[in-house]
Design a protein around this ligand. Structure first.
Ligand code: HEM
Length: 316
């Protein structure tokens, strides 16, 4: 199993995914082109969609696999679990699904739409275009109690172990957290752990945070009042906030990572060399997709398993 994971070979259901699975299955329509055109139009007016979709792919695939479970509405579903309350982008998936249902009803799964849409947004944001295999099916189950995701305070070892359980390597882990090169967090996530109560001690700021950044956050972005909880903080600095570049890793090198889980990748010798490699080279935009592809094939349903939903937010 270890050798299989290292070599990245497909096992189980993921072995049944195929490039171009939908070719010829949607009349004369090109399914991947339909997805791409909807994503492109959205990206043109709402570039943060790339952040929404990346985070969605993570929260989707890391919980029971890439099975569309996150998309289901209703009490007690994955969507209602606390870490998912700030996930966005469901409307884009619904738009793509509605368009595909018009063209060929009951053919394209919601879980494939998530993977294809993320792929297209990543390329629009500066990532290297990449091919993905399709043929996923949607699970007829979605439970909030299954949602276990890493805490923002995760150590590097905890992050590596989390992704290790999904069959991904330490290198993949550092690559995947590079998704934080786009998007934001909220002050509430970092106020205690980094700014005002480091180590549970009142008034203490995380010594691993660059003092100038700490000053800026404490003074302007996240002042120590409840009113600032919903203020946003760019995970990468705001000038490259929506570019899929390696600036995130450069920030870690200068103690400017935002989440503890980000900065911890640089604080731990076992992952620091990967951060350095990605910060000091142009590799990231071209190899990030390889980790996303692996994440996108975790524990998929194929063949006769699950269903093809008519509406992504409801079971058939
Ligand atoms: C140890 C692993 C991870 C932790 C602890 C973590 C934690 C977080 C937290 C706390 C936020 C901010 C949420 C908010 O304030 O609304 C966030 C945002 C984000 N995460 Fe992660 N994350 C991890 C891994 C990943 C992975 C693997 C991806 C995708 C491949 C990802 C993509 C994103 C994106 C794009 C955002 C910004 C979302 C937006 O702007 O709306 N994260 N993450």
């Amino acid at each position: 199993m270890v050798a299989v994971a290292v070599l990245g070979l497909a096992t189980g259901s993921s072995a049944q995914l195929q490039y171009g699975f939908y070719n010829g299955k949607c009349g004369a329509n090109d399914v991947e082109a339909v997805v791409q055109s909807v994503v492109r139009a959205r990206f043109a007016r709402d570039a943060p969609i790339v952040a929404y979709l990346l985070r969605m792919q993570f929260h989707e695939c890391a919980v029971n696999g890439c099975d569309g479970g996150l998309l289901i509405d209703g009490p007690g579903t994955e969507k209602t679990a606390v870490p998912n309350l700030s996930v966005k982008g469901y409307d884009l998936i619904a738009d793509v699904k509605a368009e595909l249902e018009r063209q060929c009803p009951g053919v394209v799964s919601c879980s494939d739409i998530q993977i294809l849409a993320t792929r297209d947004a990543v390329a629009l944001a500066g990532g290297q275009p990449y091919a993905v295999r399709t043929g996923r099916r949607d699970r007829r189950q979605s439970r909030a109690s299954d949602v276990v995701l890493p805490a923002p305070e995760s150590t590097a070892a905890q992050s590596v172990a989390f992704f290790g359980n999904l069959g991904l390597s330490p290198f993949d882990t550092v690559l995947l957290l590079g998704a934080h090169t786009v998007g934001v967090t909220h002050c509430s996530v970092i106020k205690n752990s980094r700014l005002y109560q480091y180590g549970g001690r009142a008034g203490v700021t995380d010594p691993a945070l660059d003092p100038y950044y700490a000053f800026v956050y404490k003074t302007w972005v996240c002042p120590n009042t409840a009113a600032s909880d919903n203020n946003i903080v760019f995970l990468d600095d705001q000038w490259s906030a929506l570019r899929l570049d390696n600036n995130y890793y450069k920030l870690l090198q200068s103690n400017r990572g935002v989440l503890p889980a980000d900065q911890n990748l640089y604080g731990d010798w076992s992952t620091r060399w990967i951060v350095d490699l990605l910060a000091n080279s142009d590799l990231f935009p071209s190899i990030f997709p390889q980790a996303l592809i692996k994440l996108g094939e975790v524990n998929v349903l194929t063949g006769a398993q699950g269903e093809i939903r008519k509406v992504c937010s409801n079971f058939n």
